[in-house]
Design a protein around this ligand. Sequence first.
Ligand SMILES: [Zn+2]
Length: 114
Amino acid sequence: MTPRDCLLEARALVLHDLQARGFADADTVSLLEDAVSGRGWWVDQWDEGTPFVAGLVAQDLQDALLDRSTRWPRCTACDLTAEHSLAIEPELGTDPHWVCREAGMVVSRLGLLT
Ligand SMILES: [Zn+2]
């Protein structure tokens, strides 16, 4: 895949997971666009990083949302009742998944959150 295709795919996967949890409002989508364009610059500098872009865009958006005190996506998969978020693993790798680190379980592939 070209870097541009990967960026479009990353945008689509993350947008799906925002929509799945009711977070795809204009402000959040604008933060997503910022994350995608930031990683567009990054992948221009290092094109071996192309396969890692989707997972990185998701993590960049999580960070940007956390700066606004918004946790996304919340874990609804395990038995722990305290509020906690899912995390992307691997942090830098191919085939990114959402995992619950509290329960040590894989919840979903990126882009397939329900
Ligand atoms: Zn959990």
